[in-house]
Design a protein around this ligand. Structure first.
Ligand code: F3S
Ligand code: F3S
Length: 113
């Protein structure tokens, strides 16, 4: 799978969402997240991110390796008003912004100050 790492936090450009052929990039409160079971590794999202936040999982810089787990954790959350984890079967567009974040993203100080 591809993974969205630290540079997306508080930036959320969303150019990646337009590129994904399987609509597997979901919106949290401070970052977007790629569903690891739905991503087909097409790589279309990676070059369009203006802050280079997206990496194939094996190519993550060392300091951002934990974002792979954090992306996956996001989809284990059961959101208010839902009775099951997000995705699979998925489709990020019909879900829209969720306003919640996985633990690592949530723990980041405000970015871009
Ligand atoms: Fe974030 Fe880059 Fe997508 S900033 S929303 S990963 S285009
Ligand atoms: Fe979509 Fe990017 Fe995966 S475009 S299929 S999230 S590599």
């Amino acid at each position: 799978t591809y993974v969205i790492a630290q540079p997306c936090v508080d930036v959320m450009d969303r150019a990646c969402v337009e590129e994904c052929p399987v609509d597997c990039i979901y919106e949290g409160g401070r970052s977007l997240y790629i569903h690891p079971d739905e991503c087909v590794d097409c790589g279309a999202c990676e070059p369009v991110c203006p802050v280079e936040a997206i990496f194939y999982e094996d190519d993550l810089p060392d300091e951002w390796v934990p974002y792979a787990t954090d992306n996956a954790d996001f989809f284990q959350k059961v959101l208010p008003g839902r009775d099951a984890p997000l995705g699979s079967p998925g489709g990020a567009m019909k879900i829209g912004p969720t306003g919640v974040d996985a633990p690592l993203v949530a723990s980041q100080p405000p970015q871009g100050e």
